[in-house]
Ligand binder design. Structure first.
Ligand code: NAD
Length: 462
């Protein structure tokens, strides 16, 4: 649809190539997909600025994301490798958005050079590689994808439960050495056994459903009271879960209170002959205590995917220099060791690509910051296609008294259809949809709001 306001003339399709449809965020809008005559269609917004958006994608970000951005009409430069800080400082000034994985460091120096940068997408779980505070203060939200690999982790845990119960890592190892050792002693079906899940969040709850489908009884322990899925039961104390479970699996974040939450005392509380699985964070288990418990036979086996210190790259040694007990751990055949592969599947990578691309698209097109890690989370319901003379104001400002008064003074001649603002630390973000704005007024409006004393960044979408 054509806007009365001067905007880039290219047409942007409503159905974006990335899987998220930012135009169908409410239940009514979603229903409209099935019955379009029922509900008003949302309008596709564009930045008022006449400059075309340029995106820089580094570290081989998924082709799906590249295609999705190109379908928006944006210019996309994509490269397989990470860029150094110097290279970024030299070139980032050309770009409105950047997508990275974990190797590219977005430092304060890079952000200072990023004069046009509007948004950063981390196509991965962590965001340590970005100076989040500096980005936030520069008005740049950072998005990531913390939960796209939950299913992959849950499936790995199921495989570990069966592998431990059937001792197939030991048998497989013997076969490779030319030893035939068929036996059933100490091998179990998992049906009817009890799984204890510590931390019933994204991964723990997903795992609960899968385990019940295998006929397991599920207990969980969490600091929050949570609605159990299926027939799972929450225990009041960690010790109850430990003493009743045949398999204990950990899915808590790394926090001061979860450091070494499974140590000698907790291992002793576990049933004799039970198994421990850790796919959460390496520091959550006291590994020397686990080695002792496995050697004594109290713990029948374990699976560890995460370690207090992990090698920085593939091919690097996993040895005693890294973790003092590594060689001793490696001798235990009934402990499955994997190199932090819990979330490493093609599906998880694809979902990460889709989620982060969706967040970047929603921010650039609609100003929505929901799920940003360093920014107030704000969104407004869509402007509809009939509301042709509506303008959306996205105003990032310093979180200080008096800002709304100044902005609302500028907006007072207009009908403010909806407005929402929130703050996080030093940064606040206001979104407002204004009705009946003539093309002549748009630039004036932007200029006046940009001139308010706490302004960090003001964008108008129409
Ligand atoms: N191995 C891998 O590749 C991999 C991949 C993804 C996530 N992870 C890790 O898995 C862990 C869980 O991830 P998630 O996405 O399920 O997290 P989540 O935030 O969705 O869930 C964590 C749960 O732990 C609970 N919790 C917090 N402190 C607790 C405590 N002291 N005792 C009991 N429960 C507590 C929380 O209330 C929450 O329900 C994280 O440490 C994450 O880093 C590992």
């Amino acid at each position: 649809m054509t806007s009365p306001i001067s905007i880039p003339s290219r047409h942007v399709p409503v159905a974006h190539a990335v899987s998220i449809s930012p135009t169908s965020s409410t239940i009514h809008e979603r229903l409209a997909i099935h019955n379009p005559s029922n509900v008003r269609q949302p309008k596709v917004l564009h930045p008022i600025e006449n400059e075309d958006l340029k995106l820089l994608l580094l570290e081989n970000i998924s082709q799906g994301a590249v295609k999705g951005f190109k379908a928006q009409g944006w210019q996309v430069d994509h490269f397989a490798k990470a860029w150094s800080e110097d290279e970024l400082v030299q070139k980032i000034g050309n770009y409105h958005a950047i997508g990275i994985r974990s190797k590219t460091k977005i430092t304060a120096r890079v952000i200072k050079a990023a004069s046009k940068l509007l948004v950063i997408g981390c196509f991965c779980i962590g965001t340590n590689q970005v100076d989040l505070d500096t980005a936030g203060k520069a008005g740049i939200p950072v998005f990531n994808s913390p939960f796209s690999n939950s299913r992959s982790v849950a499936e790995l845990v199921i495989s570990e439960i069966i592998a431990l119960a059937r001792q197939y890592f030991e048998r497989g190892w013997e076969m490779r050495q030319g030893i035939w050792n068929k036996q059933s002693k100490g091998c179990w079906e998992i049906r009817g056994k009890t799984l204890g899940i510590i931390g019933y969040g994204h991964i723990g709850s997903q795992l609960s459903v899968l385990a019940e489908a295998f006929g397991m009884r599920v207990l969980f322990y969490d600091v929050v009271n949570l609605m159990p899925l299926g027939s799972a039961r929450q225990t009041d104390a960690l010790s109850d879960l430990l003493s009743e479970s045949d398999f204990v699996t950990i899915h808590v974040p790394e926090l001061p209170e979860t450091m070494k939450m499974i140590s000698g005392i907790q291992l002793a509380q576990m049933k004799k002959g039970s198994y421990l699985i850790n796919n959460a964070r390496g520091n959550v288990v006291d590994i020397p205590a686990l080695i002792n418990a496995v050697k004594s036979g109290h713990i029948a086996g374990a699976a560890l995917d995460v370690f207090p210190v992990e090698p920085g790259s593939n091919g690097a040694p996993f040895d005693d220099q890294l973790n003092a007990w590594a060689s001793e751990l490696r001798t235990l055949n009934n402990v499955i060791l994997t190199p932090h592969i819990g979330g490493s599947t093609e599906e998880a990578q694809r979902m990460i690509g889709e989620e982060v691309a969706g967040s970047l698209t929603r921010y650039l097109n609609f100003g929505a910051t929901v799920s940003a890690v360093n920014f107030p989370e704000v969104d407004l319901r869509a402007i509809t296609a009939e509301q042709g003379d509506h303008v959306r104001i996205c105003h990032v400002h310093v979180n200080q008294p008096g800002v709304l008064k100044q902005v609302n003074e500028v907006l007072s001649p207009y009908n403010v259809e909806k407005q929402y603002s929130d703050s996080k630390g030093d940064v606040a973000y206001l979104m407002a949809d204004i009705a009946d704005v003539s093309p002549q007024d748009v630039n004036k409006l932007r200029e006046l709001i940009s001139r308010t004393s706490a302004n960090i960044l003001t964008r108008l979408l129409a």
